[in-house]
Unconditional design. Sequence first.
Length: 368
Amino acid sequence: MGYGEAKVKNTTNALKGHFEKAGTTPKQKAVEFRSYPLDKKLGEEVLLTEIFSEGDKVSATGTSKGKGFQGVVKRHNFNGVGQATHGQHNRLRAPGSVGASAWPSRVFKGLRMAGRMGNEKVKTKNLKIVKLLPEMNLILIQGSVPGHKGSFVIIEVRKMKLDVLNIQGKSTGRSIELPEEIFGIEPNPHAVYLAVKQYNAAQRQGTHKAKERWEISRTTKKLKRQKGTGTARAGSMKSPVFRGGGRAFGPKPRNYSFKLNKKVKELARYSALADKLATGAMIVFEDFTLNAPSTKEYKNILNNLQVTGKSLLLTADNNQNVYLSGRNLPKSEVQNVKDANTYQIINADVLLISENSVNQLRAAYEQQ
């Protein structure tokens, strides 16, 4: 899609070929979209009212305002002494230490330090179209839009309605309305982080154990005289400084799991689902069953749906045959929608969800 007239002399040869093939004049901005809601031919004009309508939820992608070279307080929100800023007692805005000298004798990549701020690609989601002015070619949007005045912004409609596919990968001719209170929320990254952290912590066995000094069976006889040997004084062979001695502050068996509030876990789960929809990594399929476990048949279904990478298939009920069919595939997982957690949803490249699973999510939300 192209926008704004541009001079031919300012257009690259590659773009000139695109515009000539489309039978149109060069444009200032040309953007390629993976999927497009309208059936348009090359060179045809697109009107605002054909794509957008008032009340739609949209996302805005643009380049944020450049802030120049900024320190850690403004760039990374550092704060420390008296909750004012960060650093030493007499250098409140200083970043502090950036690394050790002896080891690793370098600064780790990704360390939050001073540097250029802004001028980055930013995507703002869940914005609302307040009014369309087609005669002026304008859209009034409620919320913050990235970029300075006069910059280009890509506005995309957030689809809350998806086509339902069958296991052959073809459209059934039906579409399903996704509940906005689940799939239309603004994802909360911190809630997702906490839920994933809790899941990973619960997977740890916590059976590590090292013998400490009091658990070692070794002589406590004085090894040598106290003074005059030129070496450190020593008494028991159980000491951690000797080979075979007890370990100082070694690991002990413990439980790594921790409690997370129910509402935070639900927010994280809904955030993960909303993110999959927003990134176009979600497919709604027609409910199906298998007469017998068959990995080959399940793999054919994934190929028909054009699924690549790791996939998570959510079913409305405990379909044992479908579960056993997907269990042998290393990058495939089948789970009941009631039992799916945030980690499983985030970890999958493509989320496959059945029609009845969407209805179950909606019913569970209404019962809260």
